[in-house]
Each structure stands twice: as structure tokens, then as C-alpha cells.
Design a protein around this ligand. Structure first.
Ligand code: PLP
Length: 446
């Protein structure tokens, strides 16, 4: 056995998305408690959580209504399997979702996280066609897509750093041009297009006519790709093409659903309703892992059948329908309703948009993106050419470190600094978040 590395502050832990050589100089903060947008360590040092703990903290940390709901459920039952049994929190969740979702998306399959919600959606789509007697082996995704880290979800992922190694496991996916306005694949000025990037979807649907089960997309914003906001027109075109080709639509709302973009589902910006929608992350207010795959009744219909007919979805996780998580989700949906979220976000969202524009005076800010309470600054080494930063200089990493010194959690995606705070952030906290971000950027760049 090799000798333990004395510079490793956590010799027994393997951290996600982390270069372990960084740990000695930048050991993870030990967080003790949270409240609202704030995280605290044991000494009472505070950090404003500008990324909502990987986009889960929808209503702030330790939101009291959710704490009470989970505590109450803890006093009754921690878990029972969801085959042959169901619980009050799960029934309550189904009722609330049916009220909140577009009426057509009225049947819900529960699982554990964003990746499993996507796995379930993909399996439903593929088996749906098989049960209808059609061989449709393909799912098309958008260029630059991210749908999770399990194998099925990665098969529709298109970010080389995350996916290239694992795409060896299958024959390769089908991807459109990326709907990336700042680096538009068809050379249009940002946001003025008629969705020509989706000509590539049309070509794929034509080339694989009758063999495509579904098209999957992150509606309105490709999160992991760098908070790439794209116009609703692109989404409308995806729906039009899928309709014309009789292909199912899967909206991966894991990151942008639950009100983040100013609508409960980001897909609502297009005025269309997908055949399948995936929710997770903020669904429990960030308290516990839980996901929903919601479907229209026509997607579910072929799965109705007698024992032995094979009309069954062979999928389920041990903790499917966990009542603690379902209780947290019920409380989250109740708080959203009581606070009239996301509708009540509009003034804060406008303030956010205005404040983000002030970052234009920083030469390295190439693009500013915003929708609802999602904001992003793409840094470049040259504004004219839009050339990316020099990776050797590790500028985003240094800004992240400087922000921590200033009491702000920023976790860049590549060259993109983004903000995805809880929907309950106050105007003063929003201003503070952006002031600290500006200081961190200026301290590193000047
Ligand atoms: C759009 C999207 N889908 C799926 C996932 C995967 O969710 P999880 O990390 O909960 O598995 C993510 C995670 O960031 C995501 O952004």
C-alpha cells in the first residue's frame, strides 16, 4: 500500500469534480450551518451562496417550513418501498404537482436525482415505441448538452471533458449544433436568429426518419455548458420539428425548472408542453434527493397491460418515493405557492439584469447572460475575437478563491462565472453578491 500523502487534508475522501492536487493549498471549507442565502463555518464566518449549492437551494438554506415538514415526517416514518405501498407525503406530492404542472403532464414517476430522472425518461421513451411495435433506437440531444453523470444520461451528453471517455461504451450519440448564441454555429448576432442552429435537428430527423424515439433538451438555458441562454424560438422550432416527425420531446428541467427562469417550467417560455419533463434539484428546496419524471398520458398509455404482457416499466430505485424527501417537496411547493413564486420574482429579475449589465465595463467580460434568477458572465481574453481565457492562468479558479476570501461562493463553469441564488434572495443580498463578485474579478484581473 502506498504511504499516505501528508499534504492530503482528507486522505479518505474522493471529492466530485475536484483536482485533488488543489486540496493542499485550498482545502474544502467545513460548513457547519446555513440560513437563507448564507453558509457558516464553526467560527461563524459567513459565505453568500451564489450558486445555491449546485442549484438545489431554491428557497434558501434551512427554510423553516421545510424543516418542520421533514421533522414531522421523521416522527412518523422514514421509508417504505413504493411497490405495493404509498405514503401520505407521496400522495400529497402527486396532488400538488398535478396542480402546478401543465395539466397534460399529469402522471409522475419518482426517483432520486437529476440523472435518474433522465434515465427514467430515456427508458420510457425507448420502451414506449417498442410497446407500440416500432423500432426507434435513437435519442437526439442538443450540442453542448448535459443531462447527468450516469451512463444513460451521459449517452445524451455532449461536453467532451465529461463525456468523451465514456462515449466509447456505445456507438456515439446524435447531437445537433449547439444553441450557443455567443458562439453561434451559424454565425448570427446573438439572439437575433430564427433558430437556424436547429436546421441541424431537421437534418438528423430526416436522416433517421422513423428511427428516433425522442429529442431531449435543457429548455432555455444549457446549464453545465456555461449557463448558455438561448431564445425561446429555438425551443419552439424543436417542438415544431418533433411534432412534424412524430418524435417525443423530453424537457430536462432538472436545473432550470421549479421557477429558476421566471416560469415554473423553463419550457413554458416557448408556450409548449413536452411529452416528458424531468425535475430534481430544487424540488425538495435542496433538502433531500428526489426527482420526478412527469409524462403525458399518451406516453404512459402503452405501459398499461395485464400481468405477463410485458407492459411494465422495469425501473425503480430502493429509495423511490422516500416519504422524507416527498414531505420536503410538498413543503417546497407550498412555499412557492404562498410566495407567488416565480411570478413575484419579476422586479428582482429586472434588477438583476440591470446590475449584470454594469459588468460590461470590465474588458474581460465578453458576454452577459440572464434569465429569471440565473445570470452569467463569460470571460474572454479578447472581446473582439471572443477568444477564451488562457487555461494556464487559471483565472476563473483564482476568482473563485478570491471570492471565498470575500465571503462569496462562486463556482465557475469553465470561463463562465454564474449566479444562481435562491429565489428568496433579497435585493440587498443580490446587490452584495454582485458587489463581491465584481471585487473578486477586479482583484484578480488588475
Ligand atoms: C440539466 C441537468 N440534468 C441533469 C442533471 C443531473 O442531476 P444530478 O446531479 O442530480 O444527478 C444536472 C446536474 O447538474 C443538470 O444540470
Amino acid at each position: 500500500m502506498p504511504a499516505p500523502d501528508p499534504s492530503d487534508p482528507h486522505p479518505h475522501l474522493w471529492f466530485p469534480f475536484t483536482y485533488h492536487d488543489d486540496l493542499a493549498a485550498a482545502p474544502p471549507l467545513v460548513i457547519d450551518r446555513g440560513e437563507g442565502v448564507w453558509l457558516y463555518d464553526r467560527d461563524g464566518r459567513a459565505w453568500l451562496d451564489a450558486v445555491g449549492s449546485w442549484w438545489t437551494s431554491l428557497l434558501g438554506h434551512r427554510r423553516p417550513e421545510i424543516v418542520r415538514a421533514v421533522e414531522a415526517q421523521l416522527g412518523r416514518l422514514e421509508h417504505v418501498m413504493m411497490a405495493g405501498f404509498v405514503t401520505e407525503p407521496v400522495l400529497g406530492l402527486a396532488e400538488r404537482l398535478a396542480r402546478r404542472m401543465p395539466p397534460e403532464l399529469g402522471r409522475f414517476f419518482l426517483s432520486d436525482n437529476g440523472s435518474t430522472a433522465v434515465e427514467v425518461a430515456l427508458k420510457m421513451a425507448l420502451q414506449h415505441w417498442e410497446l407500440r411495435g416500432e423500432e426507434r433506437p435513437h435519442v437526439i440531444a442538443l450540442g453542448g448538452a448535459y443531462h447527468g453523470d450516469t451512463l444513460g444520461a451521459m449517452s445524451v451528453g455532449d461536453i467532451p471533458a465529461y463525456h468523451a471517455t465514456f462515449h466509447r461504451l456505445w456507438k456515439g450519440g446524435l447531437f445537433t449544433d449547439p444553441p450557443s448564441c455567443y458562439r453561434c454555429p451559424v454565425g448570427r448576432e446573438p439572439m437575433t436568429c430564427a433558430a437556424q442552429c436547429m436546421d441541424s435537428l431537421e437534418r438528423l430527423l430526416d436522416a433517421h426518419r422513423g428511427r428516433v424515439a425522442a429529442v431531449i433538451f435543457e429548455p432555455m438555458v444549457q446549464g453545465v455548458a456555461g449557463m448558455r441562454v438561448y431564445p425561446a424560438r429555438v425551443l419552439e422550432r424543436v417542438f415544431e420539428l418533433c411534432e412534424r416527425h412524430g418524435v417525443l420531446t423530453i424537457a430536462d428541467e432538472v436545473a432550470m425548472g421549479m421557477g429558476r427562469t421566471g416560469r415554473f417550467l423553463a419550457t413554458e417560455h416557448s408556450g409548449r408542453v413536452p411529452d416528458i419533463a424531468c425535475l430534481a434539484k430544487g424540488l425538495t428546496g435542496g433538502f433531500l434527493p428526489l426527482a420526478v419524471t412527469a409524462v403525458k398520458e399518451h406516453v404512459y398509455a402503452p405501459f398499461r397491460g395485464a400481468a405477463g404482457s410485458g407492459r411494465i416499466l422495469h425501473h425503480g430505485h430502493t429509495f423511490t418515493g422516500n416519504p422524507l424527501a416527498a414531505a420536503a417537496a410538498c413543503a417546497t411547493l407550498d412555499v412557492l405557492e404562498a410566495l407567488d413564486l416565480p411570478a413575484a420574482l419579476a422586479p428582482l429579475s429586472e434588477r438583476f439584469a440591470r446590475q449584470l449589465q454594469t459588468f460590461r465595463d470590465i474588458e474581460a467580460v465578453g458576454d452577459i447572460r440572464h434569465l429569471g434568477l440565473v445570470g452569467a458572465l463569460e470571460l474572454v481574453s479578447d472581446r473582439q475575437t471572443r477568444a477564451p481565457l488562457d487555461p494556464e492562468a487559471r483565472i476563473p479558479w483564482r476568482i473563485h478563491r478570491r471570492a471565498l476570501d470575500l465571503g462569496l461562493v462562486l463556482r465557475p463553469l469553465g470561463d463562465v462565472l454564474y449566479f444562481m441564488p435562491p429565489l428568496t434572495i433579497t435585493a440587498e443580498e443580490l446587490d452584495l453578491m454582485l458587489t463581491r463578485a465584481r471585487t473578486a474579478i477586479e482583484d484578480v484581473l488588475t
